[in-house]
Ligand binder design. Structure first.
Ligand SMILES: Nc1ncnc2c1ncn2[C@@H]1O[C@H](COP(=O)(O)OP(=O)(O)OP(=O)(O)O)[C@@H](O)[C@H]1O
Ligand SMILES: [Mg+2]
Length: 229
């Protein structure tokens, strides 16, 4: 469902070039929980951002559900970002002035749908991530793990083809990290395709497949069974 063909990314930094990804080809199947590992600077976030349409490759092709997301207009890329992918981040990126249920509803409100219409689904998703009793809380009234659960519910509100996570447990203690990873594993068990960047070897074992990057190139690709088809 996600296909990268000979993808390279070169960043121009002043007059020098940084080769962040070098000729990476991967195909990610529906239902996989892929984790991306590798040292700092090896290109993990660059790869995730390309898959999520946050950035465009310098060379190569990327397809989501057979639709190209390279060489498309900014407007088309915005639609892919809003509808086909859901992002979660290390620092949650919730809006502090909104309640949990409003944060979860936001992606669809940006599409012009009214909060009243979205609210039941947003509440259902908050229930799914174990936060039914926190829907009227603002981020400052929630723990880190709870904030990440809100972010996961928000990422799921558009029924994205793939959930993309960049170090989702990087700012959580080990017990809370395990809870968030178990939640991701549960969602994957329900069929959600997930791509997660992590530094943590233990976190990577929650997935069904691990790829390793080294200096921007794919160095290992290990299948560990599970839900991937
Ligand atoms: N916008 C940018 N402009 C210039 N260089 C960049 C830019 N973004 C990333 N880079 C460079 O590309 C390389 C890969 O960066 P990337 O953020 O993908 O690494 P990473 O594997 O996610 O690292 P970390 O584990 O520290 O998050 C690094 O050398 C980085 O300095
Ligand atoms: Mg990174």
């Amino acid at each position: 469902m996600i296909e990268l063909r000979n993808v390279s990314k070169i960043y121009l930094h002043g007059s020098s070039e940084v080769s962040a990804l070098k000729d990476v080809s991967i195909s990610i199947k529906k239902g996989e929980f892929l984790t991306i590992m590798g040292p700092s600077g090896s290109g993990k976030s660059t790869l995730l951002n390309l898959v999520g349409g946050l950035d465009q490759p310098s060379i190569g092709e990327i397809f989501i559900d057979d639709k190209p997301i390279h060489n498309i207009s900014d407007d088309e890329l915005t639609l892919i970002r809003r509808r086909s992918v859901g992002f979660i981040f290390q620092f949650f990126n919730l809006l502090p002035i909104l309640t949990a249920v409003e944060n979860v509803s936001l992606p669809l409100m940006l599409e012009g749908i009214s909060f009243t219409k979205i609210k039941p689904k947003a509440k259902e998703l908050l229930g799914k991530v174990g936060l039914e009793k926190r829907s009227e809380h603002r981020p400052e009234q929630l723990s880190g793990g709870e904030m990440q659960r809100v972010a996961i519910a928000r990422a799921l509100i558009t029924n994205p083809a793939v959930l993309l996570a960049d170090e989702p447990t990087g700012n959580l203690d080990s017990k809370t990290s395990e809870e968030i990873l178990s939640l991701l594993k549960y969602l994957n068990g329900q069929g959600q395709t997930i791509v997660m960047v992590t530094h943590d070897l233990k976190a990577s074992t929650y997935g069904t497949r691990i790829i390793k990057l080294k200096d921007g190139a794919l160095s290992e690709d290990i299948s560990i069974g599970g839900n991937g088809k």
